[in-house]
Design a protein. Structure first.
Length: 300
């Protein structure tokens, strides 16, 4: 009996050597008119990220900041799987799937000012693959080591192609000194396989620790990419945002300052790229990390 082997366009979590491959998929999937102009689309295509100034009004910032506080202090939520604590304190590191626990955030995530950009760039209908608030509290918010989100979403969530991107919206000022997002511009054009198989229920470790043992590119490739592409810090006032491609190498330092760097991250995925079985993990991750209740193209 012949068994059909599913094609894996981006093999990763390999044993032995990591051999980078070109990203064969586009970054900007279509050029239909939309919120982004040609210059912005060109910039996003080449750099893999684009800053969106003043995405939120000052009033909205205040509303969302209060919501952030409420979620962070909710004892029921805190005991749920949606909440990840800091590795070396009981402060909240992340809250996932915020649209399910906050009507205010649900409204923002589904608002056309974001989904219209997603439809334009991904050239299809879109849905939310994942959302989270990363609190990065003052006096010790831990780092997020360099990684490609797509590498995780491909291996652990079964996302076939990098036809997705994140929007990170600053809910507090992102200073140079409180752990802002750092990117290596242009690195989204190369896929770096990581070395090592995915352990069972790996997300229970990988989301909490600063430097996950599996799913991080090795230092040789990170050094080469940093030499070739440089490192940019994305700072900006509360209300500003940055959208970045699912395969762009990014990370953030810890936060020793007294000032939290709290951002909300929303991941838009194309309905043409819905999740399959994981490409390199024992079983799919839970719903709050990887949305499998997506709209089926036929179900419109
Ligand atoms: O595993 C994930 O899905 C998450 N991990 C990181 C470090 N960034 C993307 C995503 O939130
Ligand atoms: Fe990430």
């Amino acid at each position: 009996m012949s068994t059909t082997v599913r094609p894996d366009l981006y093999p990763t979590r390999v044993i032995g050597e990591s051999v980078p491959q070109p990203r064969t998929d586009p970054t900007v999937w279509g050029r239909a008119p939309g919120p982004l102009g040609t210059g912005q689309l060109d910039q996003y295509e080449s750099g893999g990220y684009l800053v969106l100034d003043n995405l939120l009004s000052q009033h909205e910032v205040e509303q969302y900041r209060a919501e952030l506080q409420r979620l962070g202090e909710d004892p029921v939520l805190r005991a749920s799987e949606r909440v990840i604590l800091e590795p070396d304190s009981d402060q909240v590191r992340s809250v996932f799937e915020v649209e399910k626990v906050s009507e205010l955030f649900a409204e923002l995530l589904q608002s056309s000012r974001l989904t219209d950009i997603a439809r334009q760039v991904l050239d299809s209908e879109v849905y939310i693959h994942q959302s989270r608030v990363n609190y990065k509290p003052g006096f010790g918010g831990a780092p997020f080591h360099w990684h490609s989100d797509f590498e995780t979403w491909h291996s652990e969530d079964g996302m076939s192609r990098p036809r997705a991107f994140s929007v990170s919206i600053a809910l507090t000022e992102n200073h140079p000194f409180n752990g802002p997002l750092m990117v290596m511009p242009g690195t989204h054009k190369q896929f770096i396989p990581t070395i090592g198989a995915t352990p069972l229920d790996y997300h229970k470790e990988s989301l909490r620790v600063a430097s996950p043992t599996v799913g991080s590119p090795d230092r040789q490739h990170l050094t080469r990419m940093a030499d070739e592409h440089g490192i940019e810090q994305i700072t900006g006032p509360a209300g500003s945002a940055v959208m970045f491609d699912s395969n762009l190498l990014h990370g953030s330092n810890g936060n020793l300052s007294p000032f939290a760097r709290s951002n909300i991250f929303i991941v838009y995925n194309s309905v043409e790229n819905t999740l399959e079985a994981p490409f390199s993990a024992p079983k799919p991750r839970p719903q709050h990390l990887s949305n499998r209740e997506f709209p089926h193209p036929s179900a419109n």
